[in-house]
Design a protein around this ligand. Structure first.
Ligand SMILES: *Cc1c(COP(=O)(O)O)cnc(C)c1O
Length: 367
């Protein structure tokens, strides 16, 4: 450590905003382990063919890096709209560096001091963090014991608190629970502000589970956020996006930093979308692996939340930290997240999942 670490100066000595005092940063561990099943990444990397195509696109972009990128990323947004379908076009789509940045822009535009954002917990821990970062009061509403959102309770909470932003995560992280469209509709009909349906895991949902994209034409204050981090196996590229009424896109242009999406990022994402079929090819395998995992866990007497995502929440453990540590000792990194007696595991390759199963049986003595 250099001299800067030795003078006893710390966070407390800085003029930190009150809302940030005592907070901890988002921090999933990044450890080198044989089976990293903790951050819901896609375990299948891009193929050499696709990696080469990305390389060529980046090389082409490199020749123009003396110029600022296209601020409005029209080519990328058109490709994203095309991928989503549902009659959407460029004017309905907005993109940023990960859906976390999209969500931050939404809070910057529609939240802020004196305003509230609401979410149904347990859910994605970044929603309250992003809300606080923008000075927006966070209002958590508990989910039902089966992790569903109780419609009457949700509507009552929205009517009581009048939040400017409501988050509905579907499929939900960390529980895997998808919401019926009727729930989204009921909340959107009473919400005075925008309703963000965070569909980061949409591509993994089971047959018959709908997407809120179909609600956009009738509910102009609904925003559907998506990401290329999970199904598209592109977490390292940082590309998130949303679909909404064009007026929402106009609003976000007021808060986005100029040139926020680099020319390199735009080129990588456009190329990845040209290879969507290949990238999404692994999604079916992961869905099948997920369903098999749910069956296996239930077969061994574990409690498991229904999952429409690429991860599974399972329990229940009196001491989940002991199970987490035991798994880690055996080279399997999972996630201590969500309600106290539960753990979350990301669906990996068949090899990673058999390592997970073997380790879990040993650690819990259920062999
Ligand atoms: C992973 C995840 C995101 C995606 O974040 P990116 O910034 O796009 O990588 C968004 N929402 C939820 C619920 C997630 O789990």
């Amino acid at each position: 450590m250099n001299d800067f670490g030795h003078d006893g100066f710390g966070l407390a000595d800085l003029p930190l905003r009150d809302a940030l005092r005592g907070q901890t940063p988002y921090g999933a561990p990044q450890l080198e382990v044989p089976a990293a099943l903790n951050t819901n990444e896609n375990p299948y990397p891009p193929s050499p063919r696709l990696a080469e195509a990305v390389g060529r696109a980046v090389a082409a972009a490199a020749t123009g890096l003396n110029r600022y990128p296209d601020r409005d990323a029209p080519k990328l947004r058109a490709a994203l709209a095309d991928y989503l379908g549902h009659g959407l076009d460029t004017s309905n789509v907005w993109a940023a560096n990960g859906s976390n940045e999209v969500l931050q822009q939404i809070l910057q535009a529609f939240g802020g001091p004196g305003r509230k954002a609401m979410g149904f917990e347990p859910s994605y821990s970044m929603h309250p963090i992003i809300a606080r970062g923008s000075g927006t009061e966070w209002v958590p509403v508990p989910r039902a014991p089966d992790f569903a959102v109780d419609v009457a309770a949700a509507v009552a909470a929205v009517e009581e608190h009048r939040p400017s932003v409501v988050f509905l995560t579907s499929p939900n992280n960390p529980t895997g629970t998808a919401l019926p469209l009727a729930t989204v509709e009921a909340v959107a009909r009473v919400a005075p502000g925008v309703v963000v349906v965070d569909e980061a895991y949409a591509e993994f949902r089971r047959e018959g589970t709908p997407s809120a994209l179909s609600l956009l034409p009738s509910l102009p204050r609904v925003i559907v956020s998506r990401t290329m981090s999970k199904a598209f196996a592109l977490a390292g590229a940082r590309l998130g996006y949303l679909a909404a009424h064009p007026a929402v896109v106009d609003a976000l242009q007021l808060v986005r930093l100029p040139y926020h999406l680099s020319a390199v990022t735009q080129a990588v994402a456009v190329t990845a979308l040209e290879h969507a079929e290949e990238l999404l090819g692994a999604v079916d395998r992961l869905r099948a692996e997920r369903d098999a995992l749910v069956d296996w866990l239930r077969g061994h007497g574990f409690a498991v939340a229904d999952s429409d995502a690429n991860f599974v929440l399972f329990g229940r453990f009196e001491d989940r930290s002991a199970v987490f540590e035991g798994m880690l000792e055996r080279g399997v990194l999972i996630r201590e997240v969500g309600p106290p007696e539960w753990l979350r595991v990301t669906v990996g390759t068949p090899e990673e999942m058999s390592a997970f199963r073997a380790a879990l049986l040993e650690v819990t003595g259920r062999a």
